[in-house]
Every structure is written in C-alpha cells, then in structure tokens.
Design a protein around this ligand. Structure first.
Ligand SMILES: NC(=O)c1ccc[n+]([C@@H]2O[C@H](COP(=O)([O-])OP(=O)(O)OC[C@H]3O[C@@H](n4cnc5c(N)ncnc54)[C@H](OP(=O)(O)O)[C@@H]3O)[C@@H](O)[C@H]2O)c1
Length: 228
C-alpha cells in the first residue's frame, strides 16, 4: 500500500454523534478512558486531526503575528532532518493553526511529544509558510483549493514513513477521509448516552459497508471494531 493503514478511532454517542456536550458528561467517563487507553495501545506512527480539533485540543486558538514574517512564494514541501517517528498530523488547509513548538505537549503519553506536520493547500498565506520554516515545523502540500486526502497520505508515507495512522476527528475530517475511501478500520467507543445535538461520525458521508470484527463492553461503554 502506498499510503498508511487508517484506523478511524472515535468516541460516539448511542445515536452516532461525535461532538457536543455528551462528551463532557459523567456518562461518557468510561468511554473517554477507554478511548485514551486504546489510543496508546494502538501504537500508531501518527494521529491526524482537523484544524478545529487541533485548535480545541492543542493550540487553544493561539496564532502567530504573521506581519513579522516575509512571504514565501515557493510552494514546495518543507521537510526537516530530525524525524521523531511519532507524528501529529494537522489537516489545516488554510494554515490557521498557531504552534509554539515543533511537538505536541500533552499530559497523555498517547499524544505527548508527537512531532507536528502541517498538511496545507495552495490557499495558505505565504507568510505562514515562512513562520513554519522559522519554527522548524515540516509541511506538505496536498491540493490546490481543497485538500487532496490521497495525495496527503501518500506523502506522509513516503516522506515520514507513516504506516499506521489514527484518524481522530472531527466530523469534517473523518468525512473527507471516508469519501476518499481510505478508512480501513473503525474503532468506535460508544458512550451510553444520546447526544442532544452534534455532528455525525463522518460529515457528508458516502454509503459504504464495513464488517463487524469485534464488540466488547468496556465498563459502561461498548467498543466496536469494523474493517472494510
Ligand atoms: N468524539 C470524538 O472522539 C472526537 C474526536 C475529535 C474531535 N471531536 C470533536 O469534533 C469537533 C470538531 O470537529 P469538526 O468536524 O467541527 O472539525 P474538524 O474535522 O476537527 O476540523 C475541520 C476543519 O479542518 C479543516 N479541514 C481539514 N481537512 C479538510 C477537508 N478535507 N475538507 C474541509 N476542511 C478540512 C478545515 O479547516 P478551515 O476551516 O481552516 O478550512 C475544517 O474547517 C470538536 O468539537 C471536538 O470536540 C470529537
């Protein structure tokens, strides 16, 4: 395979939602704990998230002052020599994420110390490219206006040796992967609660069949594992 094996690993409500207040409820506790434990146990080479999820989980919405960076009009991929072998892949088509370092800092070892990779489109502000280069953050281009998921995945494998990638939301990014037909496995931790509102697992999904491989109770949660 010329791209990583993709496992979409998510917490869902009984009614298949992945966003909303239910995630922070007492009833979701076992599901969340199971989710983080499994995230560590997968021992993937990388995890990928959309811009909104990265902002909520890791950058807190901080953004650099781009006025201090000269525009960089060279639109080739930027790779760095130091490769950690464990990566946080940010699908950030317009370059809206502000990183204060080259790695994720998180108390959970399943996320901590992952080297950041930015996946961009040509819509990015050229000053953002300079900011990334000065910061030592590698980036790849995949697509002109919209992200080309297949191209991004091929580059992630070729440049960084990523063979197993956890796709960890949110709904928009999961939907883009699903429509690209690249989700090989689903790992869903179902919390025993209906979501009041919220987005589905895959935004704008295509119809696609998966085969149930395992179903296992984990405290009050249920883990469902599907393969293509
Ligand atoms: N239940 C779980 O396990 C779980 C896991 C992770 C996240 N979440 C929840 O998910 C929520 C965020 O999900 P979300 O669906 O709103 O956002 P998301 O998928 O995290 O990020 C969406 C953004 O990513 C960028 N993007 C990346 N690839 C794209 C593509 N192919 N097409 C279009 N845009 C692309 C766009 O950024 P621009 O707008 O900059 O163009 C888009 O707005 C959060 O509330 C979080 O709590 C839940």
């Amino acid at each position: 395979m010329n791209r990583p094996y993709i496992i979409c690993h998510m917490v869902t409500s009984i009614d298949g939602k992945v966003t909303g207040k239910f995630l922070y409820s007492h009833e979701c506790h076992d599901a969340t704990e199971t989710y983080y434990q499994m995230n560590r146990d997968f021992r993937a080479d990388a995890y990928a998230c959309g811009r909104v999820t990265m902002e909520g989980s890791f950058t807190g919405g901080w953004y650099p002052d781009l006025s201090v960076y000269a525009p960089l009009y060279d639109i080739s991929d930027f790779l760095v020599e130091e490769r950690s072998g464990f990566y946080a892949v940010a699908f950030d088509p317009h370059g809206r994420l502000g990183w204060r370092g080259t790695t994720i800092i998180d108390e959970d070892p399943g996320y901590d110390k992952a080297q950041i990779i930015e996946v961009l489109t040509r819509q990015v502000d050229p000053r953002y490219l300079r900011y990334l280069q000065v910061s030592g953050i590698p980036y790849i281009f995949a697509g002109e206006e919209e992200l080309d998921i297949e191209e991004a995945l091929q580059k992630l494998k070729k440049y960084f040796g990523i063979n197993k990638l956890l796709l960890e939301g949110g709904s928009i990014l999961d939907g883009a992967f699903q429509r690209a037909g690249v989700i090989d496995e689903l790992s869903l931790v179902v919390a025993p609660i209906m979501a009041e509102m919220g987005k589905p697992l895959c935004n704008n999904a295509h119809m696609e069949t998966y085969r149930l491989v395992e179903a296992k109770p984990c405290g009050t949660a249920l883990w469902l594992n599907y393969r293509k």
